[in-house]
Design a protein around this ligand. Structure first.
Ligand SMILES: Cc1cc2nc3c(=O)[nH]c(=O)nc-3n(C[C@H](O)[C@H](O)[C@H](O)COP(=O)(O)OP(=O)(O)OC[C@H]3O[C@@H](n4cnc5c(N)ncnc54)[C@H](O)[C@@H]3O)c2cc1C
Length: 406
């Protein structure tokens, strides 16, 4: 039964994090009415200091942020100019130099809190975007002609489509009975920030050490963000060390090429796993970001992949709406799924394969992969293809990722 508290909207987005908010902003900027439901309080994000979480935003994802008016609100973004890939102590390497593709960096390192603050600022400018936070729902009912959500405070929201941007355990995905395939890696990613004596010159390092990749990613003010993979048991032991012992373990892997090192800010540890949803869509439902897929952070592409979902879904919805058709209908959602599922699967398989290849410590495999790295380094066309991948500019790009308006 309708009450004065009922909200009527075009699209309900559940989850107002790094994928949900960009989608809502893209759709609202193009004229649709969007309501976002986010469980966490945005004030916590704005008030919190640096929490150690940083993401590599590929060139194509930056295009999206620029196109939807978010990039200009970012307080800080450190360009990633080169990427150097090495395998343990081997002298063979693969080096990507951004100048081989033009003037633009491969991407930028951005603190997650800065991204969320910029997204919140842009969202607040849009009259057709309503952010309900902190807020959640008790039920979401999907019918052939629309969706009705009953919020925990008793209000109802009716929409033509609900989007699940509600993270890796996506309650919406589970309620729709959509299963996932995937596995845990028995690895954890330790994340921390390191201040160093010498400048990194915008070079990101991806080192393949025996327990897993050790990534050193350039941040502002002579700092780097580390994503340091260890087996689960070892990660727990390292995380429990006191500051001095933790720093010593870190420095042993980091080396001395940037001079004196100091861990600054908090450290985090994330269990690493891969998952792919059996479907990205159901009746009046589309899944994006971690709700649809999750991967090993080996290539720093998890969020970038989600932003590809954002750009593709926004494009099919807006193109359908402009024709005066129902954008929540199955045909529109299938177009989105066809565009995104194969691309995600490919990247999931690549990151999974790379992780397995580089944790193998058998001498002939080590030799083969080192020769492979060195060979790619000397093959301009193949190297160019990999560099385009790092920039996120491979495949049929939605308009927003190409820097164009919707
Ligand atoms: C160690 C590590 C390093 C990484 N580094 C990178 C990197 O460098 N580059 C990169 O591209 N990616 C990286 N990633 C991946 C990236 O962090 C994730 O892919 C991304 O943050 C997922 O965003 P999301 O919005 O889909 O989900 P989430 O961030 O999980 O957001 C889901 C949101 O939904 C809300 N929510 C859930 N349920 C409800 C509900 N019922 N009602 C209301 N709200 C709800 C939650 O509160 C949350 O805010 C990394 C991941 C790891 C583990």
């Amino acid at each position: 039964m309708a009450t004065g508290k009922d909200i009527k909207t075009d699209i309900l987005v559940v989850g107002g994090s790094l994928n949900g908010l960009p989608l809502a902003i893209a759709l609202a900027s193009a004229g649709l009415d969007v309501t976002v439901l986010e469980r966490d309080d945005p004030a916590d994000v704005v008030d919190a200091g640096f929490d150690g979480r940083v993401s590599a935003i590929a060139h194509a994802s930056r295009n999206l942020f620029k196109s939807i008016g978010v990039w200009e609100y970012l307080e800080e973004a450190e360009p990633m100019l080169d990427i150097r890939i090495t395998d343990g102590p081997s002298k063979l390497f693969l080096h990507y130099d951004h100048r081989q593709l033009g003037d633009e960096p491969f991407g930028h390192m951005v603190e997650n809190r800065h991204m969320r603050m910029a997204l919140l600022k842009r969202a607040a400018e849009l009259d057709t975007l309503t952010l309900l936070a902190p807020a959640t729902y008790d039920t979401v009912e999907r019918q052939s002609d629309g969706v009705t959500a009953v919020l925990s405070d008793g209000r109802t929201v009716s929409a033509r489509l609900v989007v699940g941007a509600d993270g890796r355990n996506s309650p919406l995905r589970q309620a729709a009975g959509i299963g996932t395939v995937g596995w845990s890696y028995d690895q954890a990613g330790i994340v921390c920030t390191v201040a160093h004596e010498y400048p990194h010159n915008g070079v990101a390092q991806e080192r393949f050490l025996n327990p897993g990749p050790f990534a050193i990613l350039p941040m502002s003010q002579n700092r780097s963000s580390l994503v340091w993979t260890e087996q689960t048991d070892m990660a727990a032991k390292i995380m429990s060390l006191d500051e001095a012992a933790f720093e010593a373990q870190m420095a042993r892997r980091f080396g001395d090429y940037l001079g004196k090192l100091e861990v600054t800010g908090p450290r985090w540890s994330y269990p690493l796993a891969l998952h792919q949803s059996d479907s990205y869509i159901a009746e009046r439902l589309a899944l994006i970001g971690d709700a649809a897929h999750g991967m090993h952070p080996i290539a720093g592409q998890g969020l970038n992949l989600g932003l590809r979902d954002v750009a593709a879904l926004a494009e099919v919805i807006i193109d359908t709406a402009r024709l005066g058709l129902d954008f929540g209908q199955q045909a529109t959602l299938e177009k989105y799924q066809r565009w995104r599922r194969f691309d995600s699967l490919t990247l999931l398989a690549i990151t999974d394969g790379l992780n397995k290849l580089f944790i193998t410590d058998v001498a002939p495999v080590r030799l083969a992969r080192d020769l492979g790295l060195a060979a790619v380094h000397k093959m301009p066309r193949l190297k160019g293809f990999f560099m385009e991948h790092a920039r996120g500019t491979v495949g049929v790009l939605p308009r927003l990722l190409d820097g164009k308006p919707l």
